[in-house]
Design a protein around this ligand. Sequence first.
Ligand code: PLP
Length: 449
Amino acid sequence: SDLPQLSGEQVHELDRAHVFHSWSAQDLIDPLPIESAKGVRFTDYAGTEYLDFSSQLVNVNIGYQHPRLVAAIQEQAGRMATLAPGFANDMRSEAARMIAEKAPGDLEHVFFTNGGAEANENALRMARIHTGRHKILSAYRSYHGATAGSIALTGDPRRWASEPGMPGVVRYWGPYLYRSAFYATSEEEERDRALQHLRDTIAVEGPQTIAAIILETVVGTNGILVPPDGYLAGVREICDEHGIVMIADEVMAGFARCGEWFAIDHWGVTPDIITFAKGVNSGYVPIGGTIVSGAIRETFGPKPYPGGLTYQGHPLACASAVASMRIFEDEGVVEHSRRMGEEVIGPRLAEIEAKHPSVGEVRGLGTFWALELVKDPQTREPLVPYNASGEAAAPMGAFAAACKERGLWPFVHFNRTHVVPPCVIEEDDLRAGLDILDEALEVADGYVG
Ligand code: PLP
């Protein structure tokens, strides 16, 4: 074999010597070398096994090393491992057909990319050219990727170091009842006030200057913010009224995460563009894409689309997407995710919320849930300050350590932990993980008051 066998020590040493890691101070991290992974678990070189409640970066929806998915990639590697985007290719054609079949309404054409950031990058380029307008409205408390345009759209601290970013980005607040920007006291009020705020923002910006509104259908890393019923329909209406392109970023929320093929199906709304990545093939090979409406496809009928990527529609990536979607269909992964949310995660988290003073709110759907941890359940003061790091973030660190000691790999962001296991997780593993979470939350309770 051309693939050397490295020991855990060698992996670690070479990583420290040569790998430059994302989002990190290189001297302050110590990446854990992982030797293997299977199903909903991964194992380090010391033989410690972790039940994964993070799905890595909320992308391994199908679990690790699914045998059919691995076999499909091996088969495609043997048939054709690479081909430029200008040719037609069997797996690219089939992946696009399947995605179009699952996407709502007239979203029938797929521009493939290598991941989520590039999908949003191209969505905004398409929206601007389609409308001939330049402004993009994007939400605070959002993440859209780390390339120039996508990071400019991002509404969280990850954007700050890249500023001044792209001109024309205007920010608005989306609905989030627990920490409402609108003084609302019910989901309905929050919805109505958030929509009015969006209308007001558009009025003062000038609707004729706005190309698109981009939103995460269900906000992911910034808190699993499930929109109130009627919110997305309201955004659709506003977009229609002003000829604004509605872009639903489903990079994290799509492909079974919310118990639907596309999260927006939960509300029966059809946007003009959906962007996807992550769960479409669980990251076995990098892939993402931009799914566009008939009208946007029409714009680029007579006129060239000014954008492309060497590896877009990559045969290995597309083959893995095809196989993954077929596995989802055969194994009922979308329905399973929905059922686990309704029957297991939701009820168990409600118990946990009632029991632990540090749990301010639980929310979510499918296999996409957040627990908001607080110092004081009355004032809702977060367990750690917004964007805390180092000592200030210690309570969340202690909570995460308590999970890891018990064999659970948690997802932690600011003052929240997210329950985002692979969408295929079986009920007994899910219950075992939630039991560990329950225990580890006693550590967080210690900081209350
Ligand atoms: N959009 C959302 C909602 C995401 O969660 C992410 C990644 O976490 C992205 C876009 C960026 O995707 P990628 O990291 O594949 O570029």
